[in-house]
Ligand binder design. Structure first.
Ligand code: NAP
Length: 180
């Protein structure tokens, strides 16, 4: 089992039982970005990655919520390396452009090891994003797609970068769904 799938299994276990139940994975020196890391699965994944030694960038809309996650992580691991990137709204293409520029400007040449594209919504009434796209598509797909493309172009070396799309099993209904 590779490291990331193990992390997700453990994050799932932690959500259910609030306890770490799998062997520790060493991620010292690895860098991950987690979108929607301010609550739910994203916060647990960010926490798990940080506890295992990774430098975690938490992209979230609310600085206050991001700081609350940071506080919880530091309570478990005071030397954790976590950066909060707030005002990151995946439904807004301008916001994703700014986020990608921030991440590029922080890069010291080592790039990123993992992008966890977790921010998402479901079951909301019809609404449009700032750029006029349907809000679920904008939030879950378009913003993330722009972010990945910008980061792949600028810093992330595609030979080492793992991109993880967090979704529900509804994707199986889209029989002919391709990455692009
Ligand atoms: N839990 C499930 O059973 C389940 C099932 C199917 C799919 N999923 C998918 O798994 C992912 C995580 O789910 P979850 O259960 O942890 O959901 P959650 O508790 O509702 O958390 C969703 C996260 O996404 C963030 N988010 C929502 N819209 C955003 C936006 N426009 N820009 C930036 N961040 C945004 C939220 O930020 P705020 O804190 O600012 O609201 C929150 O941090 C989602 O993509 C969801 O669709 C979950």
């Amino acid at each position: 089992m590779n490291q990331l799938s193990r992390i997700f299994r453990v994050a799932g276990c932690m959500c259910q039982r609030n306890a770490m139940t799998a062997e520790k994975v060493l991620l010292d020196g690895k860098r991950f970005l987690v979108t929607g890391g301010s609550s739910g699965i994203g916060a647990e994944v960010a926490r798990t990655l940080a506890l295992w030694g990774a430098h975690v960038m938490i992209a979230c809309r609310s600085e206050e919520k991001g700081k609350a996650v940071l506080k919880r992580i530091l309570a478990h691991r005071p030397d954790a390396t976590v950066t909060i990137l707030s005002d990151a709204d995946t439904s807004d293409l301008d916001s994703m452009q700014i986020l990608s520029e921030k991440i590029v400007s922080m890069d010291d040449g080592r790039g990123l090891d993992g992008l966890i594209l977790n921010a998402g919504i479901a079951g909301r009434p019809y609404e449009r994003s700032r750029q006029g796209y349907e809000l679920h598509v904008a939030t879950n797909v378009l913003g993330h797609h722009l972010l990945v493309r910008k980061l792949l172009l600028k810093i992330a070396r595609s030979d080492k970068l793992k991109v993880v799309y967090v979704t529900g099993d509804i994707y199986v209904l889209a029989g002919d769904c391709k990455l692009n």
